[in-house]
Design a protein around this ligand. Structure first.
Ligand code: PLP
Length: 357
């Protein structure tokens, strides 16, 4: 099989060894001579998987039993609505920072549920920076941020100190760098960017946040129901959770978040240095807010694009086409992306310059 350098923004690259183990489990899981896909989620073999998947999140975030972890279907997009349903009171309001498409969608859902204020936004400059220096209101029910903006390629390098419970959508940079998880009341992330296949979303909530909104809601939307059900209130997305567990195990065994953070920094430094040096390309985001996960850049002349596409393809580089809102290129360099693949992209950019500039 030809090696393809997979820069897909999502669903994104997973470690080869994880894919191999996952495919084996589809035939013979845990030496049961049964497929993972055809056994009860309540079997002890699977309950073990779920328990490990939940515990690994706490281990990697270095938090204890003051937090609970569960996995749900519905994507990060369902959390846009579940967060306000569970945390926003009828008379209170929620504070949001708008840093791009995903934050905007989170705000849209929160507004359907209740009072919502956008306290800072980078919409004025097409979301190419992270707003700073705003004040978080001390009377909000919670404060919501998006740590990494998958589409525009910006990332919060430092998290604000919040006087109210802080909620974060970490879908596209979960476990890519060390964070002080205890500063957050709730963290959620769709699995398909940095953890596993599409179909499951990790939610980690500090237990004192449960039952806060006083709202009546459907059981499936109630965090308390999922905590009580130990992430098995109904049939969980068994395969996505299994693969997420394998990825988190892979991460922990290799040295955890501190280990991957270093590699992610090297990959990002390598690629941004080339974007800044190369006369054929230019970055789209202000320097200090550049994402270490989604690297967005444009060709300096529109006619470069077709030629660069050809050259990238010839070198087995896949998934670098930019989002339609930004254009150009977006190289997603998630945890499982080896630095060698980033080097291939950098080499192709150099070769392109020597031929076409
Ligand atoms: C991809 C993404 C989402 C949407 O995830 P779904 O699982 O498709 O609902 C939300 N937030 C961020 C930051 C994302 O990157």
């Amino acid at each position: 099989m030809t090696k393809v350098h997979n820069f897909s923004a999502g669903p994104g690259i997973l470690p080869q060894e994880v894919l191999k183990q996952a495919s084996e489990a589809c035939i013979n899981f845990d030496n049961m001579n049964l497929s993972l896909l055809e056994i009860s989620h309540r079997s002890k073999n699977y309950v073990k998987v779920m328990d490990e998947a939940r515990q690994l999140v706490k281990d990697l975030f270095e938090v204890g039993d003051e937090y609970d972890v569960f996995y749900l279907g519905g994507g990060a997009s369902l959390q846009f609505g579940m967060v306000p349903m569970n945390l926003l009171t009828e008379t209170g309001y929620a504070a949001y920072v708008n840093t791009g498409v995903w934050a905007s969608k989170a705000i849209k859902e929160a507004k359907i549920v209740g009072n919502t204020k956008v306290i800072a936004s980078s919409e004025d400059k097409k979301f190419n920076y992270i707003p700073k220096g705003y004040e978080i209101p001390a009377d909000a029910d919670y404060f919501h941020i998006t740590s990494n903006n998958t589409i525009y390629g910006t990332q919060m390098k430092q998290f604000p100190k919040s006087p109210v419970p802080m909620v974060c959508d970490m879908s596209s940079d979960l476990f890519s760098r060390r964070v002080n998880a205890k500063d957050f009341a709730l963290i959620y992330a769709g699995a398909q960017k940095n953890m596993g296949p599409a179909g499951s979303t990790m939610v980690m909530i500090r237990k004192d946040m449960l039952g806060k909104s006083g709202r009546k809601m459907l059981s499936m939307l109630d965090y308390q129901v999922h905590v009580k059900g130990e992430s098995m209130y109904n049939t969980p997305p068994v395969f996505p959770v299994y693969v997420s567990m394998l990825t988190l195990r892979w991460l922990k065994e290799h040295g955890g978040v501190a280990w991957i953070e270093k590699i992610n920094q090297q990959k990002a430094d390598l690629l941004y240095a080339e974007i800044d040096r190369n006369t054929c390309f230019t970055g789209t985001v202000v320097q200090e807010d550049r994402s270490n996960m989604n690297v967005c850049f444009l060709p300096t002349k529109p006619e470069y694009e077709a030629e660069f596409d050809k050259m990238a393809k010839a070198n087995n580089i896949d998934g670098i086409k930019g989002h339609r809102d930004v254009g150009g290129y977006r190289a997603s360099i998630y945890n499982a992306m080896p630095i060698e693949s980033v080097q291939v992209l950098v080499d192709v950019m150099k070769e392109f310059e020597s031929k076409f500039a």
